[in-house]
Write a protein that binds this ligand. Sequence first.
Ligand code: NAP
Length: 317
Amino acid sequence: MSDTKPEVLAAARLAPMYTEKLQQLYTLHDRLHETDPAAFAAVAPRIRALAAQGETQVTDELMARLPALKLISVMGVGYDKIDVAAAKRRGIVVTHTPDVLNDEVADTAIGLMLCAARQFPAADRFVRAGDWLKGPMPLQRKMSGQRLGIVGMGRIGKAIAQRAQAFGMSIAYTARSAKPELPYAFHATASGLAAASDFLVVITPGGAGTLKLIDAAVLKALGPKGILVNVARGSVVDESALIDALKNGVIGGAALDVFEDEPRVPQALIDMPQVVLAPHIGSATRETRQAMCDLAVDNLQALFAGQPLRSPVPECR
Ligand code: NAP
C-alpha cells in the first residue's frame, strides 16, 4: 500500500454510488472489521473516518478499535443505530445528510397515502389477474379534503404538510414541542392527534425516544376508517399491535415503507390486502441518493482538508 490517500472504513454494505466515490478518493476498507479482523487490526490505527448509512449500526466497541477515528459520515438523515453519546465522549463527530431528501420522502409519503386510500397496487393486480373482465373493482376511499395528522413536524413533516395542502387536506401534528409559527393545529399526544385524523403519517426519528410511540392505544384512537402511513422507522410503530389492529378492523388500513426487522416483513402484513408495502424506498431515487452521497462525501473531504464539517447531527454541533 504505497499511496498516501486517507483511509476510510465502510462500516456496512454501502450504496454502490457511495462505495465508488469513496474508492476514487480514499483507500477504502470495505467492512474489513467483519471480514478480516487481523488485517483490520493492522490498518485500524490509521483510519480517521467511518462511512455509514441511515440503518448502519456503529457501536462503542467498534469505535474503541479505531483510536484515530474523528468522523462518522452517514449517508442518510436518520442515525438512530449510531451510539452518538459514545462518539461524543471519544471526540468523534457524526454527520448526516438532512434537507436534501425532504422532497423525496414527502413524495413517498403522499404516494403511499394515495395508494392506501385508492388501492392503486391492488388495482394493478386486479387488471393483470383478469378480474376486470368479471366486473368492476370495489369502490375505494377519497384522500383529498380529509384530515391528515403528522407525527413529527420536522424538515420532512413540513414538506408532507405543504403537499397535503394542495390536496385540500386539513392538517394537524404532534411533535416534542408546538410550533406556533406553523398554521397547523398542535396535539400534545399521538393519541389525541390520531383521534382527530383520517390519515396518520409517522415521520419522527427512530431510537429510544420514539420506540413504539404508535401503540395499540394510538391505533384505537385512529379508528376503523383510519389509515396509518409509516415512513419513519419500523421501531416507531408497535408492529404486533399494528397487525392485531389491522386483523381486527381497529384501523382501516396501512401503508408501510419501514419495518421492525428489515428486510424481513411479517407474513401477516404480506397476507393483508388492505396493507400497502414498500421496501424502505423513501429517498430512493437516483437524483436524491446522489445529493445524499455528495453531502456525505463533502463531510469526509472537509475532515481531511481540515475544514469545518458541513452537516453534523444536532448532538455534535
Ligand atoms: P427532523 O427535522 O429532526 O424532525 C423530526 C421531528 O420528529 C421533529 O418535529 C421532532 O419534534 C419530532 N419528534 C422527535 N421525537 C419525538 C417524539 N418522541 N414524539 C413526537 N415527535 C417527536 O427530522 P427529518 O429530517 O424530518 O427526518 C425524520 C426521520 O425520518 C429521520 O430521522 C428518519 O428516521 C426518517 N426518514 C425515513 C426515510 C425513509 O426512507 N423512509 C428517509 C429519510 C428519513 P420537535 O420538532 O419538537 O423536536
